[in-house]
Design a protein around this ligand. Structure first.
Ligand code: UDP
Length: 240
């Protein structure tokens, strides 16, 4: 397998924080972390350049009930710090599995991680490391989906892969509506006009403005990440 067999050379993988949580929906499950590392190792071994953005919803969300009476900026800052906890947990499991990985933070915390810098991240990727980009955008009122699109554009990624627990984008929530239709491909405008649940509108329009393709796929199915990287058409592709 050579680099030329890859459908994408530089990828940004977005994972939700919630997907890391154990059965109670909270915290970090070591079993799930092991699964993540196992799946990521398969593409690491293909020498693909991989950056990862992980959410923080398993710990805190600025718009959650727990934050109801809080100042929104403070609540969002807590959410952004939550993404750093997940980023560090992910870096740790990757390293324990023999993968070179480095965490960058949107928020300065010099003893914990380097501050995000697109040149440093590009160099880190070229050196064969996985770059984990934590702290969201560093700004309140955004989501990690938007952070993922922003970072993908900044580092010139070929595609953004959004790992979920369903097979792609559906006409309705497939976990609630049995006859929901799965789309193989969609335009950005179809996603916006039909209010399809791919990413929030800010993230979608940023991707559209910068012609960044998005592939939504089921990360819970073993080998799926590798299949996408090798160009197999699974999931739903959103592009122009
Ligand atoms: N957040 C933020 N700015 C960002 C990214 C995230 O303020 O650029 C905060 C926001 O409060 C959000 C929380 O961090 O609710 C966790 O991120 P998100 O909900 O996107 O995580 P996920 O749903 O992917 O686990």
């Amino acid at each position: 397998m050579s680099k030329t067999d890859l459908a994408y050379k530089r990828i940004l993988l977005k994972l939700s924080g919630e997907s890391l949580a154990g059965t109670d929906g909270q915290g970090v499950s070591q079993r799930i972390l092991e699964y993540f590392a196992h799946e990521i190792k398969k593409v690491y071994d293909l020498s693909v350049e991989l950056a990862i953005v992980i959410g923080g919803g398993n710990f805190f969300r600025g718009l959650s009930n727990a934050a109801q009476d809080m100042n929104r900026v403070t609540a969002d800052q807590m959410g952004m710090l939550a993404t750093m906890i997940n980023s560090l947990a992910l870096m740790d499991i990757l390293k324990r599995n023999g993968i070179k990985a480095q965490t960058f933070s949107a928020i300065s915390m010099t003893k914990v991680a380097d501050v995000f810098d697109h040149v440093k991240v590009s160099d880190c990727l070229k050196d064969g490391n996985i770059a984990i980009l934590g702290g969201g955008t560093g700004n309140p009122f955004f989501t990690t989906d938007t952070a993922a699109v922003l970072r993908a554009i900044e580092i010139n990624a070929d595609v953004i892969l959004k790992g979920t627990r369903v097979d792609g984008v559906y006409s309705a929530d497939p976990e609630e509506v049995t006859n929901a239709i799965k789309y193989d491909s969609l335009s950005y405008m179809e996603v916006v006009e039909q209010k399809l649940k791919v990413m929030d509108i800010t993230a979608i329009t940023l991707a559209m403005d910068n012609k960044l393709p998005i592939i939504v796929f089921n990360f819970d199915k073993t080998d799926n990440l590798k299949k996408v990287v090798l160009g197999e058409s699974i999931g739903t592709k959103v592009q122009e």
